[in-house]
Write a protein of this length. Structure first.
Length: 214
């Protein structure tokens, strides 16, 4: 099973999470490739060559990454069939105020609905306050936001809030889920006879089961 981890990042926390995801997959014996769309938006991606995909984006100014959204729209048909998961990285999800956390969930729902993608797993990770990576204006802005949220305001330091145990648990859940998507040998071998199913791992039969039991 080969997984693509497709992500965007501005200050690096989402990349750090993507790295941990690939390490955890490797610990379970699964290969993965990472593609950072923020530095390489032009390279075409052979998504079809992968068995599964994990997509991750940070929230900045109440928005997920727009370049990633373009990819998701472009690959809508393949994504609909392959096992996939979305991880969100934000600070709002850490807030004590339910309204702030609800706002993050609303941004997520709007993003997934805009891209017409329905990943079977979705998760929210807390990101980081990376003061050393911000320019002067951003540092001031983030300090004001942090003060309001009761987060650290001493800009001489960076603060990481990501729960790495949660990241590992997410990967373990993903692996379990992808294993359930594996087509039986019998079905898979028929792929040359029928046009579908063509993928070794597919959510098509899981969706069909869900529809049957609904
Ligand atoms: C300029 C700026 C705007 C941000 N806007 C939001 C926001 O609207 N909502 C939120 O929950 N987090 C927001 N954050 C927090 C980021 O999601 C968090 O710092 C995350 O770790 C950034 O991920 P990255 O390092 O991969 O870019 C913002 C951070 C910055 C620097």
């Amino acid at each position: 099973m080969r997984t693509l981890i497709l992500f965007a990042t501005d200050e690096g926390q989402t990349e750090k999470i993507a790295v941990r995801i690939s390490e955890r997959l490797a610990e379970q014996g699964f290969a993965s490739d990472r593609h950072n769309i923020a530095v390489d938006p032009e390279t075409p991606i052979a998504l079809d060559a992968y068995d599964a995909v994990i997509v991750g984006s940070p929230i900045h100014y109440s928005h997920y990454d727009a370049r990633l959204a373009d990819y998701l729209k472009q690959f809508r048909d393949v994504l609909h069939e392959m096992p996939s998961a979305f991880f969100s990285v934000s600070l709002g999800i850490l807030s004590d105020a339910e309204t702030e956390r609800e706002e993050v969930r609303k941004i997520t729902d709007a993003y997934l609905s805009e891209t017409d993608w329905n990943p079977l797993l979705k998760i929210h990770f807390a990101g980081a306050l990376s003061y050393s990576r911000y320019n002067w204006l951003k540092r001031k802005l983030m300090q004001i936001i942090a003060r309001k949220a009761g987060s650290p305001t001493d800009t001489r330091f960076d603060y990481e809030f990501t729960n790495w145990v949660q990241v590992d648990q997410f990967v373990d859940q993903f692996v379990e889920f992808v294993n359930r998507c594996k087509q039986s040998d019998e079905l898979y071998q028929q792929r040359t006879i029928y046009s579908t199913p063509t993928r070794r791992y597919s959510v098509a039969h899981l969706r069909a089961q869900a529809e049957e039991s609904a």
